[in-house]
Ligand binder design. Structure first.
Ligand SMILES: Nc1ncnc2c1ncn2[C@@H]1O[C@H](COP(=O)(O)OP(=O)(O)OP(=O)(O)O)[C@@H](O)[C@H]1O
Length: 249
């Protein structure tokens, strides 16, 4: 059974004349990381919000372990965590890192040694335990994204939904955060569901890719075939729009 699934989902924003998503079906199985790609405005972030249970589909359903996410409760909130694009705005500047990272443990009311769980999460993202007493403004963009990832994994989720997790970072930091996400995927068995415009990042992190064009899935399957030998003209355009460096010499 799918871990997380959008089944025939349609969605329209209140007051909008046209739907943003139509008949979208995506099944996330455990261990199979999935990328959502498509041009700006295709509906990727909206689909991610529906998968997170932050909005209700106008038609169809979003299911976690076969249960509607809107009624799936604590098991769902613990199992599905998220990382956003902008590490500058996603961390509360007034809170120390220790409090930020432990927030899911508090809001889920999980028992156990919270200090130890926070230290383990920070260690997993490559940050020393003593950062707990510092504030977000004391860190670089890449370090802040590590803090956001530590917060997302502290309650040991099964799925990490990430909306453009590296696009706000400079190129070398981007590579290091992609490496970190790949490592977490391997060592923790985390299933990534990721929105990215960067097809190289998609190919590195996700074995499965779904292509959205104006709110509809036009193609989905193994990333190697979707991006390597696209069958839909829209996917071909997306792939051919990736700039290539001129070959030297
Ligand atoms: N809160 C909102 N109210 C009304 N319309 C919205 C809202 N959020 C997004 N939209 C519209 O829904 C459509 C899909 O937006 P969405 O952000 O899901 O696309 P996207 O594929 O993630 O785009 P991008 O890559 O630019 O982030 C767009 O036309 C957008 O203008």
């Amino acid at each position: 059974m799918s871990l997380l699934e959008a089944r025939d989902v349609g969605f329209a924003y209140r007051g909008a004349s046209a739907p943003v998503l139509s008949d979208v079906s995506v099944a996330i199985t455990e261990g199979r990381s999935t990328a959502l790609v498509g041009e700006s405005g295709a509906g990727k972030t909206t689909l991610l919000r529906l998968l997170l249970g932050l909005a209700r589909p106008t038609s169809g359903a979003v299911l976690f372990d076969g249960v509607d996410v809107r009624s799936a409760g604590r098991a769902f909130r613990r199992s599905v965590q998220t990382v956003f694009q902008d590490p500058y705005s996603s961390l509360d500047p007034r809170q120390r890192v220790g409090r930020i990272v432990s927030e899911p443990l508090r809001s889920l009311g999980l028992p156990g040694d919270r200090g130890a769980a926070v230290a383990a999460a920070l260690d997993a993202v490559g940050l020393p335990a003593d950062v707990v007493d510092r504030y977000p403004h004391e860190f670089s963009g890449g370090q802040r994204q590590r803090i956001a990832i530590a917060r997302a994994i502290v309650c040991e989720p099964r799925v990490l939904l990430a909306d453009e997790p590296v696009s706000a970072l400079d190129v070398s930091t981007r590579v290091r955060i992609v490496d970190l996400l790949a490592e977490l995927r391997e060592t923790r068995g985390l299933t990534l569901v990721m929105v990215s415009h960067d097809l190289a990042v998609v190919a590195t992190l996700c074995a499965h890719t779904a292509v959205l064009e104006r709110g509809r899935i036009v193609e989905q399957g193994e990333t190697a075939s979707v991006l390597g030998a696209p069958s839909h003209p829209y996917t071909r355009r997306l792939v051919s729009a990736v700039p290539r460096l001129p070959t030297l010499g």
